[in-house]
Design a binder for this molecule. Sequence first.
Ligand SMILES: NC(=O)c1ccc[n+]([C@@H]2O[C@H](COP(=O)([O-])OP(=O)(O)OC[C@H]3O[C@@H](n4cnc5c(N)ncnc54)[C@H](OP(=O)(O)O)[C@@H]3O)[C@@H](O)[C@H]2O)c1
Length: 206
Amino acid sequence: MGKVTSGLTMSLDGFIAGPNDGPEHPLGENGMRLFDWYGSGDTEYVVPSGGMTFKVSPQSAEMLFEAFSSIGAIVTGRRTFDITNGWGGRHPLDVPIVVLTHAVPEGWDYEGSPFTFVTDGVESAVEKARELAGEKDVAVGAASLVQQCLRARLLDEVHVDIVSVLLGGGVRMFDHLGPEHIELERTEIVEAPDVTHMTFRVVKGV
Ligand SMILES: NC(=O)c1ccc[n+]([C@@H]2O[C@H](COP(=O)([O-])OP(=O)(O)OC[C@H]3O[C@@H](n4cnc5c(N)ncnc54)[C@H](OP(=O)(O)O)[C@@H]3O)[C@@H](O)[C@H]2O)c1
């Protein structure tokens, strides 16, 4: 069985999107700065679906290759799904997507749809994603989901791509976690010119 990991790009002050995110500004005002590293290098990295090419540093290309080829399913929240309009019908990684929501949207639950909508809580969403991922990893792809997974001790690993910018406001990655102490052990750090990729194991039982 694969692991459950997060995979989000975060500003140094802890935001994964700037203020006022929505379909017009998917990462909020000035938030696209977070994704500059996907286009600022000289090494091409083609996503597994073949539908998107990034130009990153050699270090980031290696990290993306390892991370993306091991992901078998993604769990995300309804806001990310709505803001991206379901990635236009197909996520760039071309893996099954589980969307946690209070109400299933119309028109997306068709036969062969890559989207599965789960309405009975985060444990159920992660369980469904694990089932769909088979032996591969589950990536948790939105802030509210990372927070719920951390609280419920469902995350094995926290991976963050840290960008040297202070956004000052927006959607915080580590919000609403409560007072409980969560211990992490850093397992990998990849320094690239414009982003630092860091991976932490969530220490269970602490
Ligand atoms: N920087 C990055 O790498 C990165 C990557 C992905 C996304 N983002 C950004 O992250 C932002 C969205 O993240 P977010 O944390 O604000 O929202 P989110 O997790 O995408 O969605 C939150 C929504 O999901 C539903 N939901 C969450 N938990 C639920 C539960 N336990 N039961 C039922 N429904 C539940 C609710 O929607 P309903 O009540 O409407 O059902 C809730 O409002 C966007 O700006 C997006 O662009 C950034």
